[in-house]
Design a protein around this ligand. Structure first.
Ligand code: ADP
Length: 543
């Protein structure tokens, strides 16, 4: 017998309708590409979304087709997201920092019909235009601009388009399983692969990230997604903010520490989200300008392991709790978030801090397990110390990659993440490494993450990465690549010495290489693939 309750499909349009109806006057603050600020609210975001949905309809873009965005986090981008997905089209967010060949590859792979772009990215568009014949319309997310028309005569302007429309568009009732948006994996591990999210997965993910033991989002929050909207949908925050009626502060193109500190202070941001490299810059800038970041009571760190020294600095210097979270493009992205349980209150400060360093535990809706082999089905113990291949399943986890007939799962239906991790009995996850970043020295594994965490705690080191270098005797040995802070006199010996009381001798990196700039990928992560190419053989001739 079925239950007698109403069925309503879980749709992205219902998020923006809710925000308009119940949180219409909640502010959305947006930094524009030219540096000016726009203050709007959920009511106007919703109206513009309907106006733009009508424009897309007039351009004959059909349900199920893709509309790409190459844009910073700002209000027009937000409106267009709701317009695209809400009207049954698929919003394909593109990382503007991709190489032109990668851009061409993913635009053709997705068969994008329309591209929306910030004017900053005009050269990108004109550079690849002749190779992306699937694209029928180019829309600049701005007001009319003669210079843009000169470079791209067929261009349409977002502001012109929406102002010619009324806001009486009615959102279609879609199948909740239909595709709503897509992201390509950032390609740090190979060719980008498309992940196609659904309305259902997106709405359920929004509930999950808003839960108290996840990010604890509410109508009292002012949320600053520093993480770009093209990096796994800004980790879902633009949807969750509409769900809970939170204020959004959209930072535009400038993500340096000083710009972020002034946004946080001026717009009273309560929670901000980003990758560790962002926080490194922010901490330095806040100290330099003497800001206490008083409004910000928590920040979310994910995308790469959060160094312990960073969590410590946020807590001690800024009274800000760091929520360490783990996820990936294939997991929408939230897989785990770190919040303590009631029983942990009895632990010592040191033990609590240790627990907070882990990537946290899964919210309802996802499950984790550790397999003894990659893509295998045999599991290892969740004892907090036995490492295994991390696998995941749940409502917002990928089943197959876009365009691939075969599913991407193990025989018994789990997705293998490519991460090596431990889980304790409460489900707290500790990522040891990515399987391909582990260093295999004489048959023993060394975690690059552990070595990086030690390096980054050294006061003279701004950014650190550990990679495997080939070694005649040991196969691989760890080497450390560092970008020192400005004017530092630190030497290789000083850094090696710094490791001596922190880790077993055989795990200490064999070499320290100093660089002026670290190769950083489009989502703010260090490109270890590039470092391996450049420095992977530095030990070969001295082994
Ligand atoms: P890509 O795999 O191309 O870098 P993603 O952004 O999807 O693109 O990255 C997901 C990966 O990032 C995870 O598999 C994991 O290795 C790493 N990652 C994400 N969050 C964390 C974290 N908190 N700690 C350690 N690694 C993390």
């Amino acid at each position: 017998m079925q239950g007698n309750m109403m069925f309503q499909p879980l749709l992205i349009s219902s998020l923006i309708e809710h925000a308009e109806q119940y949180h219409g006057d909640t502010e959305i603050i947006s930094k524009n590409t030219d540096g000016s600020m726009t203050t709007t609210d959920w009511k106007h975001i919703s109206r513009h979304a309907k106006q733009f949905a009508q424009c897309l309809k007039n351009l004959n873009v059909e349900q199920g087709q893709k509309v790409a965005t190459i844009a910073w986090n700002n209000h027009r981008h937000l409106e267009s997201w709701y317009a695209i997905s809400g009207s049954g089209l698929i919003c394909h967010t593109i990382n503007p920092r991709l190489f032109p060949e990668q851009l061409i590859y993913i635009i053709n792979d997705a068969q994008d019909q329309v591209i929306l772009f910030d004017k900053t990215f005009l050269p990108l568009i004109t550079g690849v235009k002749e190779h992306i014949s699937c694209v029928k319309h180019f829309i600049c997310l701005d007001d009319y601009d003669e210079a843009i028309v000169e470079a791209l005569p067929e261009v349409l302007f977002y502001d012109d388009l929406i102002h010619a429309q009324t806001a009486d568009f009615v959102w279609p009732q879609l199948d909740e399983q239909s595709a709503s948006s897509m992201c390509y994996t950032s390609g740090t591990t190979g060719n980008p692969k498309g992940v196609l999210y659904s309305h259902r997965s997106t709405v359920l993910h929004s509930y999950a990230i808003s839960l108290p033991d996840s990010l604890n989002l509410s109508a009292q929050d002012a949320v600053l997604p520093v993480v770009p909207m093209f990096h796994v949908n800004a980790w879902g925050t633009p949807y969750a903010a509409a769900m809970v009626g939170a204020k959004l502060v959209l930072p535009g193109p400038k993500l340096d520490g000083e710009s972020l500190v002034s946004l946080i202070d001026e717009y009273q941001v309560s929670i901000a989200l980003g990758v560790p490299t962002i926080w490194q810059g922010l901490l330095q800038a806040a100290k330099q300008v003497g800001s206490t970041l008083s409004s910000m009571n928590r920040n979310v760190v994910g995308g790469s392991a959060c160094p312990p020294s960073m969590i410590e600095s946020f807590k001690h210097d800024f009274q800000c709790d760091t929520i360490h979270a783990w996820g990936m493009t294939e997991t929408s992205p939230l897989g785990t978030a770190n919040q303590l349980k009631a029983k942990h209150a009895q632990l010592s400060q040191a033990a609590q801090f240790k627990l907070r360093l882990s990537q946290g535990r899964p919210p309802f809706g996802v499950q984790l397990r550790l397999a003894s082999e990659e893509n295998g089905t045999e599991t290892v113990l969740n004892d907090g110390c036995t490492a295994g291949n991390l696998q995941i399943k749940g409502h917002w986890i990928v089943e197959s990659y876009y365009g691939q007939k075969q599913n991407a799962l193990t025989e018994d239906g789990w997705f293998d993440t490519g991460d090596i991790a431990t889980l304790n009995e409460d489900g707290y996850l500790t990522i040891c490494d990515r399987s391909k970043d582990l260093i295999k020295s004489g048959g023993e594994w060394i975690s690059s993450v552990e070595l990086e965490n030690i390096a980054i705690a050294h006061p003279d080191i701004e950014v650190a990465a550990v990679i495997a270098a080939q070694h005649e005797k040991w196969d691989e040995r760890p080497i450390l690549i560092v970008k020192p802070v400005a004017n530092s006199q630190v030497t290789e010996m000083d850094i090696i010495e710094f490791y001596s009381d922190k880790i077993a001798k055989w795990q200490i990196p064999d070499r320290v290489v100093f660089v002026d700039t670290m190769p950083i990928g489009g989502t703010g992560k260090i490109l270890k693939k590039d470092l391996r190419e450049q420095f992977g053989s530095v030990l070969s001739n001295i082994a």
